[in-house]
Design a protein around this ligand. Structure first.
Ligand code: ADP
Ligand code: ADP
Length: 223
């Protein structure tokens, strides 16, 4: 599903985000990207979202070369992807239902379809009964789960997360990772950038380790 072939990213100011990075991800995989601050994790995610272009190499996502994709294609590309942020970026003046419905409203889906899909997404994160509440009525962990529901409501093939447990205590962080595993079980490819090595090690999934833009490790995380 994802093929990085000697992908390089050099920013206009000369900083190297990624250096000749090569790896493949199969459809349905669950993997972590780890590395210290500045290792290139965010750059990797931004390349997959076509927010940045590779400056060398080949980057294929579902058969499309993201180094060559036209701007007009980018919205279609992003419909195949869901994104979870560290600070979930919920709208606090809208209900949980409306927060999750937003991506579908932007796509212009009929109301009945939106309602059904939002219920399913909320069910997946065990928050169906919170639909009419506002984000500030929810705990931090519940808010993050709303962010995940919003990221998967359009049924993306690929789910990306950037430090999704960064603000959570260890117990909640483990719970959120369990939600990602449930979503992966249903067939979605999941790629999580995180530097929470203790948590990653307990989950025993594939882990790519970046250091200054280079891949220095690729294998099952272990304690
Ligand atoms: P994180 O470590 O959480 O990825 P950073 O502080 O590295 O956060 O980056 C925060 C934002 O600043 C990112 O959007 C990144 O693109 C941008 N950024 C990081 N380094 C630079 C830089 N040297 N010049 C310009 N923007 C940068
Ligand atoms: P991480 O997410 O692992 O902290 P980043 O991808 O943010 O790493 O950064 C990798 C390298 O690329 C760093 O040297 C950073 O300063 C640089 N970088 C990231 N974003 C930008 C940007 N927008 N402009 C210039 N340099 C950047």
């Amino acid at each position: 599903m994802i093929r990085f072939e000697q992908v390089g990213k050099r920013y206009p100011n000369g900083h190297v985000g990624l250096h000749e990075l090569s790896f493949h991800v199969q459809r349905g995989e669950f993997l972590f990207i780890t590395g210290h601050s500045g290792a290139g994790k965010s750059t990797l995610l931004r390349l997959l979202l076509a927010m940045e272009r590779p400056t060398s190499g080949k980057l294929l996502l579902a058969g499309q070369d993201l180094a060559r994709i036209g701007n007009a294609q980018i919205p279609y590309l992003r419909r195949q992807i869901g994104v979870v942020f560290q600070n979930h970026q919920l709208l606090f003046d809208r209900t949980v239902f409306d927060n999750v419905a937003l991506p579908l409203q932007i796509l212009g889906l009929p109301k009945a379809d939106i309602s059904e899909r939002v219920q399913i997404a909320l069910e997946r994160v065990s928050l169906r009964e919170k639909a009419e509440q506002f984000p500030h009525d929810l705990s931090t962990g519940q808010q993050q789960r709303v962010g995940i529901a919003r990221a998967v409501v359009h049924r993306p093939a690929l789910l990306l997360a950037d430090e999704p447990t960064g603000n959570l205590d260890p117990r909640l962080a483990a719970e959120i990772m369990g939600v990602f595993e449930d979503i992966n079980q249903l067939g979605t490819t999941v790629l999580i950038a995180s530097h929470d090595l203790a948590l990653i090690a307990r989950m025993r999934h594939r882990m790519l380790t970046l250091q200054r833009g280079r891949l220095i490790g690729d294998g099952e995380a272990t304690e």
